[in-house]
Design a protein around this ligand. Structure first.
Ligand code: NAG
Ligand code: NAG
Ligand code: NAG
Ligand code: NAG
Ligand code: NAG
Ligand code: NAG
Ligand code: NAG
Ligand code: NAG
Length: 903
């Protein structure tokens, strides 16, 4: 009944225009320009669009009375079916020889019709087909008087980025319209590092049940940000069901694409109420007086045409595009004119029953160019199809559905991104961290607090926390109740985890699951434990697990909750204060011996020089030698030979420096802590071929092997007690381990051991979570809050105990002065001392030669003390050269004398 009435009305309309054209034509004033219109007249958009097109024709010819052409519209209903739309197009082309087609409404319908348009060279102008897969390159006669869907994805991504959400779910209908936006959307989201962990595809024929099922699936996941890209009817259904399921409550985020946001005014207010809190992006149309006038006339006409339709349908952007499109087409028709010979050649598929009478439009190309080049300022904004034969946009409006309507919360434009005000050249960039420069949003559930964008699903599902009993029960120890099968855990790691969960800004309930090691708690089991997270056995792994490079390949870690690094436990040397030979400590053994040797040597040389000088002396006196040697410490200046004095001066300088250094070193030894490690360097151990221990199953083994430690020289131990007994019975010289374990060890066995290092870096202990888990950032923040405060100290006190050896790690070396460090000084004094006797001997030779020369000159008769002296000296020389044995003999007898008759 209603349908027939609609059809009659339609016929009347068509007839009216037809007659109008005919009448005008008969008077020679105007010619009919046949145009097909294909819309889904069952949909609100189609109904509104028809009104817009009809109104546009009216308005256009009212404004251009003297035009020689007049559009004759042939409106067809596609009823939302691709086949009907196609057959309507064929009929229009065949029977009415239409010069252009406005529509079709849907992207899927547009594919075939644009191909027909290409073949017959009839422009197809759609203001509703938005799928980005329809391009003017593959369909030269397809014009898009609207935006393609990919134009808006950047604005949606900006919105997601501005509110700092890390994951979104795409909810779309299973049609060309729904699917085609997805690659573009995912691409821009990836660019800003936002994941789309899953997608929800709603079939076109979805019933309430299927939608409910799909939504229940979404609730069970943790992401709470949904981007909805569906037709208005599907969107309506979706939000009604979401409201039923409580998905329009606090914590959820819904973003609608411009498909629905553009026509949001036309939605039923009850639907809008269900959609409260939804964000949307829409094409921005500035308000104007003309728009308001048009709106009034449009409403009147719409009510007349559809007396029984929904009263909520209002003139929207789609309607405006329809209006502008018709306007442009009418103008182009006038420009091109109506040709009398409009069919150039018959359709090439002659034998096809239906398509044979379709002709190629001769003016088609001209008409196309005319439409494309006709830029003007329409009611929808700048109407310009020159770029890619589609409209392009630079500004989107961001809206928030509130109450029975919506509010504007800002704008997005290509150049400057999001902003509160629409200003040209508004270049204030909003950083992702700061709050976006947008008006406040009322989120679903009337909340004004920005939703986090994810949630731990609370439908009875608890977080599965994997726990692993450590060899060090202080860190973590698990216990499984044999009756209730419930796992409990305790230890430092567990306390930190539980405290961190308490500090999360949302409640989280969890269950511990014990890691089943089998029987072999050996190497690699920590790797296996962490790997369970990757296998989705656990939502989080809690134990003394170290952050390692190859673990991060499949899991993410929180920030570490312990110190980091690898150090060495070594035995300390005995307490120096107990030592009666303490005074020897400041100098190394070599230094002591070196000094004594140099002292003796210098004394001897001094004595030698004196002896050589002193001719009147007895041949040799050991007593004199001893006296001379010890006199070098004194300040007496009785020495006769100037070389001896030089040697002595140099020696005294050395002595001065040595004494000062000794004092300083001794003083520092008595004041600093009296413990010092036996070894300070792992390479030292390696060089000496000592055995080194490590914690079995720890990565330290690989580390030691990595620095070319001999595999036979490293020994693995499982528990701190084993470390201790191995260290104390001397089977290893040192134990290399991670700093947290060392702290624990030292707290237990603080006597006799200390830490050296950290000698290597490592990242410390942390909890492992699945990759990209949104919980990681929150948990890390909570851990930082714990480790940065007093709580961690309390926990460490509780589990590890007071550690009085915290500063031991910085001790290095015994601090003794080594012979090498005085090498320069000793070299100096050695050279001077050694050279002096040589110089002395040379001087004597020289003197003797001179005297000999003098004697020869003076004659043989002269004899005096000079000659005597020379003889004596010659004798001395002989003594030192040839008669060493005799000298030795006399030396021994003299020393006997010295012993028996001390002074
Ligand atoms: C064409 O004829 C119709 C109906 O008589 C009339 O309303 C309209 O003004 C005419 N158009 C022109 C351009 O004269
Ligand atoms: C129609 O009239 C306008 C002036 O009202 C004139 O500028 C225009 O050229 C006319 N167009 C035609 C096709 O006669
Ligand atoms: C459009 O038509 C032209 C010839 O009329 C043809 O060469 C071209 O392949 C057609 N394009 C499509 C996409 O059908
Ligand atoms: C059309 O059909 C006739 C027979 O019905 C056949 O002879 C002719 O070759 C066909 N033409 C083409 C173009 O297929
Ligand atoms: C869609 O629109 C955007 C912006 O106007 C444009 O950059 C892009 O090339 C268009 N895509 C297609 C497939 O036409
Ligand atoms: C990680 O690296 C260590 C050596 O550094 C190796 O023993 C271990 O098997 C690796 N784990 C995985 C899961 O690749
Ligand atoms: C030292 O202790 C370790 C660990 O308990 C043990 O394996 C080793 O046999 C002991 N060595 C000696 C020499 O007693
Ligand atoms: C931990 O968080 C609380 C509450 O946000 C804050 O007051 C405190 O300063 C934080 N402590 C540290 C060490 O960051």
């Amino acid at each position: 009944m209603e349908k027939t009435r609609g059809a009659i009305l339609l016929l009347l309309l068509v007839a009216d225009f037809g007659f109008g054209a005919a009448q005008n034509a008969t008077t020679g004033e105007a010619h009919g320009f046949h145009v097909g219109v294909i819309l889904d007249l069952g949909s609100p958009v189609g109904k509104g669009a028809r009104t817009s097109v009809l109104l546009a024709v009216q308005d256009f010819y009212a404004a251009h009375q003297n035009y020689s052409t007049k559009l004759v519209l042939h409106i067809r209903d596609s009823m939302g079916s691709n086949v009907r739309a196609a057959s309507a197009a064929i009929e229009l082309l065949k029977d009415y020889k239409v010069q252009a087609i406005i529509g079709p409404q849907k992207s899927s319908e547009a594919v075939f019709i644009s191909n027909l348009g290409n073949v017959t060279q009839v422009p197809i102008v759609s203001f509703t087909a938005t799928s980005p897969s329809l391009t003017s390159d593959s369909m030269p006669y397809f014009l898009r008087a609207t935006l393609n869907d990919s134009a808006q994805v950047k604005s949606i991504a900006s919105l997601v980025q501005a509110y700092g959400w890390r994951e979104v779910v795409a909810v779309y209908e299973d049609t060309d319209y729904g699917r085609d936006i997805l690659p573009y959307l995912i691409y821009v989201l990836q660019e800003i590092d936002v994941r789309v962990p899953y997608r929800s595809v709603i079939p076109l024929a979805a019933t309430s049940e299927t939608i409910l099922q799909e939504l229940n699936g979404l609730i069970a996941r943790q992401t709470r940000v949904f981007i909805v890209h569906m037709s208005s009817t599907m969107t309506t259904l979706l939000f009604m069901k979401a409201k039923e399921l409580g998905m329009m409550n606090k914590g959820f985020v819904w973003i609608i694409t411009n498909g629905v946001a553009n026509i949001i005014d036309s939605l039923n207010p009850s639907v809008l109420q269900a959609m409260n809190g939804v964000l949307g992006v829409r094409y921005y149309v500035p308000r104007s007086q003309e728009l308001d006038d048009l709106s009034i006339r449009w409403n009147r006409m719409y009510q007349q045409d559809n007396p029984d339709a929904s009263p909520f349908n209002k003139l929207n952007i789609v309607g405006l595009w329809g209006y502008d499109t018709t306007w442009v087409l009418a103008q182009a028709a006038e420009n091109v004119g109506i040709s009398s010979a409009r069919n150039k050649q018959p359709w090439y598929i002659k034998n096809s029953t239906c398509l044979e009478s379709m002709d190629i439009s001769i003016k088609g190309h001209k008409l196309l160019t005319s439409i494309v080049q006709n830029k003007f300022r329409g009611l929808s904004g700048d109407f310009d199809l020159t770029d890619g034969r589609q409209l392009k946009v630079s500004v989107f409006q961001i809206i928030n559905v509130v109450g029975r309507g919506w509010r504007e919360i800002g704008f997005w434009n290509v150049k400057s991104g999001l902003s509160r005000e629409l200003k040209q050249d508004y270049f204030k960039k909003t950083g992702p961290a700061s709050m976006p420069d947008l008006n406040p949003v009322i989120w679903p559930g009337e909340s004004t607090e920005k939703p986090m964008g994810w949630e731990i699903p609370t439908d009875g599902k608890k977080l599965r926390v994997g726990v692993y009993s450590s060899e060090n029960p202080e860190f973590i120890k698990t216990y499984k109740d044999p009756v209730t099968k419930a796992t409990t855990a305790s230890g430092l790691s567990v306390d930190i985890f539980e405290e961190a969960v308490k500090r999360l800004p949302f409640p989280v309930s969890y269950d511990y699951i014990e890691f089943d090691t089998g029987d072999t708690a050996t190497s690699g089991s920590y790797n296996d434990f962490v790997y369970q997270v990757y296998l989705q056995e656990y939502d989080i792994a809690v134990a003394d697990t170290t952050i390692r490079y190859n673990r991060t390949l499949y899991v993410d870690f929180t920030v570490p909750y312990t110190e980091s690094g690898v150090g060495m436990i070594v035995p300390v040397k005995e307490n120096l204060n107990m030592d009666m030979w303490l005074f020897l400590r400041p100098l190394s053994t070599a230094m002591w011996f070196g000094s004594i040797i140099f002292f003796m040597y210098t004394g001897f040389v001094v004595w030698l020089l004196e002896y050589l000088k002193d001719n009147e002396h007895d041949p040799f006196s050991l007593e004199q030698l001893a006296i001379t040697i010890f006199s070098i410490f004194e300040e007496k200046e009785e020495l006769k030979h100037f070389l001896a004095r030089i040697v002595l001066r140099v020696w005294r300088v050395v002595l001065l420096v040595l004494a000062a250094s000794y004092t300083a070193s001794f003083a520092s030894m008595l004041t600093v802590q009296q413990l010092s490690p036996t070894v300070t360097d792992v390479h030292e151990l390696q060089k000496n071929g000592e055995y080194v221990g490590f914690h079995q199953g720890s990565f330290v083994e690989g580390l030691l092997l990595g620095i070319d430690f001999d595999a036979s020289k490293i020994r693995g131990y499982a528990t701190p007690d084993d470390f201790y007994s191995a260290l104390s019975n001397g089977s290893i010289a040192a134990l290399v381990d991670e700093v947290p374990y060392i702290k624990l060890f030292l707290a237990k066995y603080n006597k006799g051991y200390t830490m050296v290092g950290p000698i290597y870096k490592s990242a410390g202990f942390a909890f492992a979570l699945p990759k990209n888990s949104p919980l990681r950032a929150e948990l890390s923040r909570a851990i930082l809050n714990i480790t940065g405060g007093e709580t961690i100290i309390q926990f460490e006190k509780k589990w590890i105990g007071q550690n009085s050896h915290e500063n031991d790690g910085t001790l290095d070396g015994s601090g003794a002065i080594t012979f090498e460090s005085f090498g320069g000084l000793f070299l100096l004094t050695g050279i001077v001392t050694t050279c002096s006797p040589l110089v002395a001997v040379l001087m004597r030779r020289y003197k003797k030669q001179q005297e000999n020369a003098e004697n020869k000159g003076d004659g043989q008769n002269e004899s005096g003390p000079g000659q005597e002296k020379e003889k004596m000296e010659e004798q001395g020389d002989q003594n030192s050269n040839g008669q060493g044995l005799e000298l030795m003999k006399s030396q021994t007898t003299l020393s006997m004398n010295a012993c028996t008759h001390p002074r």
